[in-house]
Design a protein around this ligand. Structure first.
Ligand SMILES: Nc1ncnc2c1ncn2[C@@H]1O[C@H](COP(=O)(O)OP(=O)(O)O)[C@@H](O)[C@H]1O
Ligand SMILES: [Mg+2]
Length: 397
């Protein structure tokens, strides 16, 4: 004799077919199976009601208790939330304190003028992620009358890291934190504006360049002379001459507009921009130091005064495995270009024939011969180059 349960008629007693005839008379037959008969009894049905009700009551009590707890919590919500907020603040402050202690940060001095004086500043994240390499600290000291600092240097030399570290140090100082530097005096800023491209920007199409320009426009419209501007490779998202011209014009605008004249860090791989320091009194050139010995180039990650003297693009091309003949020829052409002091492109006649850049019948060559270089402004020279390239490419088609 077994007791079972199913959804159709609840609890039942099951007796095998052979013994079914022994079932007491008060058993009520409910179902006949191949090997068994199923019965119920009135007493069993009473217990069934008790059991089923009990389950329902369990759920009822549980839900009532749960609601009670919820109400109690809801009633205490303001207290709980303010405790959480206090703990969060404490947690933040304790974390900043811990980072300051572990990272040997310093207490920055805040002033109400336009000072920016960071000695041996570090990037709080990059310095923690370097493996087997020491982070090179850098100063960011703006002298009186300096607004725009142009930082030139090859790819991977540390320009972006430096820009970001200055922005982070200023931000950390203003939220009341110690900063990753040996010493820092920072004039309060009203806003920090950044225009920093994504890493994949080099393969970018029109739309990314559009984003770059929209962000730049926003900065130029809203920055004040109390702002900090971080402009990383503006103009990179378009063709060289477009990009260089835009970058040039942006620096001029930031430097000359009376509302702006904001402390600005401008990283660029356009060496031409270093000429701006001669033209605008508030512009200074800095570059990332590179050490070269026995043809090996090492980036020192140190930001030093002066414009970068060369781009090391050919060095990178060599590392990438370009044929030696191409690398050597490129170096040769570069030397010739550099010999012309960057004012105009003069390829020696032999070289010109070898690479057939300007075939003898080309009218561009005549124009180049007759050009009065000494009376060209850098921008006019650029425009000329741009025009020649366009003509040359049209001919090439
Ligand atoms: N001050 C520094 N000290 C040590 N390593 C650095 C420093 N600055 C940058 N680096 C290293 O160089 C890499 C490239 O730096 P990044 O700022 O992106 O260069 P760039 O913007 O000039 O192309 C970083 O990922 C980092 O590993
Ligand atoms: Mg960069």
């Amino acid at each position: 004799l077994k007791v079972g349960y199913n959804k159709v008629f609840g609890y039942y007693i099951e007796i095998s077919r052979g013994a079914a005839h022994l079932a007491p008379a008060e058993y009520i037959r409910k179902q006949t199976l191949v090997n068994a008969e199923r019965f119920i009894t009135p007493e069993m049905k009473e217990y069934e009601a008790l059991v089923l009700n009990a389950e329902e009551r369990i759920r009822e009590i549980e839900s009532r208790l749960f609601q009670q707890v919820c109400q109690q919590i809801a009633a205490a919500a303001p207290k709980l939330l303010s405790t959480a907020a206090a703990l969060a603040e404490l947690d933040t402050l304790a974390s900043l304190a811990e980072a300051a202690a572990i990272g040997e940060y310093c207490r920055p001095q805040l002033t109400e003028d336009n000072t920016l004086d960071i000695r041996d500043g570090r990037h709080p994240v990059v310095e923690r992620t370097l493996i087997g390499e020491r982070f090179v600290p850098n100063d960011a000291v703006f002298e009186p009358g300096e607004f725009v600092r142009i930082i030139t240097g090859p790819n991977m030399s540390g320009k972006s890291t430096f820009l970001r570290q200055v922005a982070l140090i200023v931000l950390m100082a203003q939220i009341g934190s110690f900063v990753p530097a040996r010493q820092a005096t920072i004039g309060l800023v009203d806003r920090i504006f950044t225009r920093i491209g994504a890493q994949d920007e080099i393969h970018a199409g029109q739309s990314t360049f559009m984003v770059e320009m929209v962000e730049t426009a926003n900065i130029l419209h809203h920055a004040t002379n109390r702002s900090l501007l971080i402009l990383d490779e503006i103009g990179r998202g378009t063709s060289t001459y477009d990009g260089l011209s835009i970058a040039w014009a942006v620096v001029e605008y930031v430097h000359n507009h009376p509302r702006l004249r904001a402390r600005t860090l401008f990283a660029t791989h356009y060496h031409e921009l270093t000429q701006l320091a001669e033209l605008l009194p508030g512009v200074r050139n800095y570059n990332v130091a590179v050490s070269e010995s026995e043809g090996k180039v090492v980036f020192l990650h140190k930001i030093v005064p002066g414009g970068a003297d060369r781009s090391y693009g050919i060095h990178v091309a060599q590392l990438a495995g370009l044929p030696q003949a191409v690398v050597q020829r490129a170096a040769e052409i570069l030397r010739q270009l550099e010999a012309s002091a960057g004012k105009a492109v003069r390829i020696d006649p032999l070289a010109a024939r070898q690479i057939a850049l300007f075939p003898e019948t080309n009218p561009l060559l005549d124009e180049l011969k007759n050009l009065d270089i000494n009376n060209l402004s850098p921008i006019e020279a650029l425009n000329k180059l741009y025009e020649w390239q366009r003509k040359f490419l049209e001919k090439g088609d």
